[in-house]
Design a protein around this ligand. Sequence first.
Ligand SMILES: NC(=O)c1ccc[n+]([C@@H]2O[C@H](COP(=O)([O-])OP(=O)(O)OC[C@H]3O[C@@H](n4cnc5c(N)ncnc54)[C@H](OP(=O)(O)O)[C@@H]3O)[C@@H](O)[C@H]2O)c1
Length: 255
Amino acid sequence: MIKVVLLGAGNVAFHLAKAFLRSDQIQIIQVFNRSEDAFSFFPNSLSTTTSLSKILDADCYIISISDDSINEFSATLPFSNKLVVHTSGSVAMNQLHSKNRRGVFYPLQTFSKNTEVNFAEIPVFVEAETKTDLQLLQKMGRSISKKCFEINSEQREKLHLAAVFVCNFVNHLYHIGYELATENDIPFELLMPLIKETARKLDDGIPSTMQTGPAKRNDKKTMAKQLEILHLQEHKEIYSLLSNAIANHYGRKKL
Ligand SMILES: NC(=O)c1ccc[n+]([C@@H]2O[C@H](COP(=O)([O-])OP(=O)(O)OC[C@H]3O[C@@H](n4cnc5c(N)ncnc54)[C@H](OP(=O)(O)O)[C@@H]3O)[C@@H](O)[C@H]2O)c1
């Protein structure tokens, strides 16, 4: 069994813990977090600590804390020459302190504690400084997912940027759509078949071949009317920016 200590108890650590508990190759021997509160989400069977000095001896330490704290936190670990990885999409492997053997274990999905995920379908991207450590991370990745890939920090940075566009930005657009619908007494759920079909269509082709809408068709009167209906300046700016980007891509004239 590969002995793992989770360092951090947020969304990703929570879902990794659930996946590792189902794996017959990984044993979570401890979860560390700087505060007690987050442990309440984890199974009682797991050993926990808030003290860095009480961290147990493991084969792999997984730092799953906010991106900006990874560098500093890795320097505070009271051991050296151990395999220490982080789970971030955009932090380079060499941001981890060099007193330990460094690596990355990045699962590409949007994780929230209150939402179930099927880890078997989540791509896990691994990176390590040595072949032996890479093989260990691949073994861990393959024990919880059908999709485990090796990529370097530069590729992962671009992958994460792509993820910000297709997940975080799209979700904010859902939010604007939610507000527009509910402000006008239209249940948001009526938009769900459209949302699902837009994503499903990507099984049939690349995004640019699936684009529809007023900007693609160059329906200027419709776009001018919709711009007028929007009452928040920020929403008008987003509408114009995205419509112009679509118009540009398909060789149409800008708004
Ligand atoms: N959420 C996602 O969808 C997702 C997907 C893939 C990868 N990731 C990556 O996974 C990592 C964790 O993300 P998350 O969404 O799980 O974060 P999160 O739910 O916001 O949890 C943040 C964790 O970081 C700890 N923390 C924050 N600052 C710290 C510091 N200075 N020292 C020690 N611990 C600190 C927090 O401890 P307290 O409980 O004490 O505040 C908490 O355990 C990030 O690198 C993120 O980029 C996230």
